[in-house]
Design a protein around this ligand. Structure first.
Ligand code: CU
Length: 353
């Protein structure tokens, strides 16, 4: 590596000495014209042709691999935005690319030609300011409208799911089939078992459950509530075109409606083992690569069955019943699905650490 750099450096210095020598001769009027003008001009032209050919060849060859198939409603809209922006950029890129290299070639030094000089040109300056300004304003206006819609309030019957990022895995919490509302959480209540910091003085938390899969219903709006425990992570569901940072101390959210079940995407991909996944797309530390979480999309009826069959977090951790206020204990046991004859531990007030 260092040897390679050294060789490049020596070659660059030799070339510079060679070039300066040539220019000195021109300056001393020893040579009429620098022969490198023509060579450089032709090299610029060659770079233009090869560069454009390479750009289009590569882009067209890989056209089908820029994004995985889309599987959400808003994904269709953001995809069209992406491609509109892409084409606007490609047109601008091609015009600028040709202008830069063609002009360098065609206006290379010619002893019979004198360069025109003008200090400014209002028409040119207005044109290249106003046209990009209008195009960018239109793109941003459309983009902002879509963004506000995606991150805006979800409908009342949206499926609410919480995703919590930490180094280096995700935990996912569902509100439970009985109330459909996530219980409060408090970071001060987090311990080895209570990973979410579930606040058991809130009756909505009794039937909340933890899931090892992000299970989603097709055709229903899903509201993903996102938070992080340590550093910034980022929820990335590429097929659903969902990407939102998970920020410590701040709740973010993203709503989307899946449009294809796992079965359907497998058929589309012609791969019976294909799976959706949730990844972290913020380089969050050494184990960043391992933050992969399985995602399954099923028909709405199947989702309801799955939801009803889940075991509440409180049932799996009955020792936390001691944090439930006395007047809510019975309701908590019913909602959590705990057997009523189980010994109830004596009340202890919840003290925040
Ligand atoms: Cu991460």
């Amino acid at each position: 590596m260092i040897i390679g750099l050294g060789v490049v450096l020596v070659l660059a210095i030799l070339f510079m000495i060679f070039r300066i020598g040539g220019l000195m001769e021109v300056a001393k009027d020893k040579r009429e014209e620098d022969p490198w003008n023509n060579i450089n001009g032709i090299l610029f032209l060659a770079f233009m042709v090869l560069g454009l050919a390479g750009f289009f060849w590569y882009s067209i060859k890989h056209m089908g691999t820029y994004e995985p198939p889309v599987a959400s409603e808003h994904g269709e809209v953001t995809d069209s935005l992406f491609w509109i922006t892409m084409w606007v950029t490609v047109v601008a890129f091609v015009i600028i690319f040709i202008a830069m290299f063609w002009f360098t070639y065609i206006y290379r030094y010619d002893k019979n030609r004198k360069a025109a000089f003008f200090a400014d040109n209002h028409f040119l300056e207005i044109t290249w300011t106003v046209i990009p300004a209008i195009v960018l304003a239109l793109l941003i206006f459309k983009g902002l409208r879509v963004w506000n819609d995606i991150t805006g309030p979800a409908s009342k019957d949206a499926v609410v799911i919480e995703a919590v990022g930490q180094q280096f895995f995700w935990t996912v919490r569902y509100p439970g089939a009985k109330d459909g509302v996530l219980g409060h959480h408090n970071y001060k209540l987090i311990d080895a078992s209570n990973e979410f910091g579930l606040d058991l003085t809130d009756k909505n938390s009794f039937d909340d459950f933890k899931s090892a899969t992000l299970y989603l219903p097709k055709g229903r709006e899903v509201l993903l509530k996102i938070r992080a425990k340590d550093v910034i992570h980022s929820v990335f569901l590429p097929h659903f075109r969902v990407k939102m940072d998970a920020v410590p101390g701040m709740e973010t959210q993203f709503k989307f409606t899946p449009t294809k079940t796992t079965e359907e995407i497998r058929e589309e991909m012609n791969n019976p083992n294909y799976n959706y996944e949730m990844a972290c797309t913020e380089v969050c530390g050494q184990g960043h690569f391992s933050m992969k979480f399985p995602v399954v999309v099923v028909e709405a009826e199947e989702y309801d069955k799955w939801l009803a069959s889940q075991e509440s977090w409180l049932k799996q951790n009955p020792e936390y019943m001691k944090y439930v206020p006395d007047n809510l204990k019975e309701a908590a046991m019913i909602k959590a699905g705990l057997p009523m004859n189980a010994p109830v531990q004596t009340a202890t007030s919840v003290t925040l650490k």
